[in-house]
Design a protein around this ligand. Structure first.
Ligand code: ASP
Length: 324
């Protein structure tokens, strides 16, 4: 008996998981780990995707929020999860900036994960509490420079897209503010609505409904082109910040060692979901452009992730921002 168990274990080590295991996949609930709090933009995109991927995979796909340290706690958790396709990781651009921002990471970004594919691109918006004095970007910059000790900027921690965008804004206007880190911009939005923080830069998927309801002020979108769901909002470039461009790309990963047949099933479910007209429309309403079929592949995401790590490393080094 003992010899048989050892034999099975040796087979696993030498040949990976048996084909039968992959054939049966999925036979239970799949969990998508989101590295920020519930209610924020990453969470919103992941929950939408989970619903459609679940339909294709014919199983329940749930979202678990593992927030903190700009997404690195969640990444470490996924890296250490069994490579069986039941733990999937949804992360954004912050996955590529963390290797430069954090002196030590408890995982290796390129070695410990298998990419599934790109999910989409989301624009960001520069927004402020409703009663913030500045009515447009020009006034915001003037007011911010004159009152820099008084005002504060919310973000979702070092490595979050909101952190990156806020840093870029401070650099471009050459003014530093106090930053208030949250575990996600979901809770940061609550404080913006409540007037406890002054402004932030966040994905349209978290800001559009509040902008449309007139509950917050918007100064511009961070993409080169306007966002179709916010046609009257200028780009920050149009509003007076040349070269200001940030777009939040999102990707899906599983732990290294996940068998290829399982990866293939996840890729198929991702591509099928992203091609679904209802999901496309919902993404569009949130200012998100879904990845096309050629981008929603492991090869495309692997290449993009590596290129982004290489792109951000010198920029972050020059900025001298680090976390231990
Ligand atoms: N929008 C956040 C960010 O700055 C993350 C989130 O809460 O989804 O990356």
């Amino acid at each position: 008996m003992f010899a048989r168990i050892v034999g099975v274990l040796v087979c696993f080590v030498l040949f990976g998981m048996p084909q039968a295991f992959a054939d049966e996949y999925p036979s239970k609930v799949i969990t998508i780990i989101v590295p920020f709090s519930a209610g924020g933009p990453t969470d919103t995109s992941a929950r939408l995707l989970a619903q459609y991927m679940g339909e294709t995979l014919k199983t329940q796909v749930i979202v678990e929020n593992v927030a903190g340290a700009g997404g690195t706690i969640a990444a470490a958790r996924v890296a250490g999860s069994p490579p069986d396709g039941y733990t999937v990781f949804f992360h954004h651009i912050g996955f590529s900036t963390a290797p430069s921002l954090y002196r030590k990471l408890p995982y290796d970004t390129l070695r410990d994960f298998e990419p599934i594919g790109m999910v989409g691109d989301v624009a960001m918006t520069l927004v402020a509490r409703k009663d913030f004095p500045a009515k447009d970007l020009k006034e915001l910059i003037e007011y911010a420079k004159a009152n820099k000790e008084k005002i504060n900027l919310a973000n979702a921690g070092l490595g979050a897209a909101s952190h990156l965008c806020g840093m870029l804004f401070m650099t471009v206007i050459q003014t530093e503010f106090t930053t208030i880190p949250y575990k996600g911009t979901g809770p940061a939005m609550n404080d913006l609505l409540g007037g406890q923080v002054d402004f932030m830069c966040d994905q349209t998927s978290n800001t559009i409904s509040q902008i449309k309801a007139g509950k917050i002020k918007v100064y511009g979108v961070t993409t080169r082109d306007r966002v179709s769901a916010l046609p009257d909002v200028p780009t920050l470039q149009e509003a007076g910040l040349p070269n200001f461009e940030v777009s939040v790309w999102q990707g899906l990963y599983v732990p290294k060692g996940t068998p290829k047949p399982i990866i293939d099933k996840l890729v198929h479910a991702l591509q099928t979901s992203l091609a679904n007209p209802t999901l496309k429309q919902r993404f569009d309403d949130l200012g998100t452009v879904p990845a096309g079929k050629e981008a929603a592949t492991p090869e495309a995401l692997r290449k993009h992730l590596k290129a982004e790590i290489d792109k951000w490393a010198p920029i972050i080094k020059k900025a001298g921002v680090y976390a231990d």
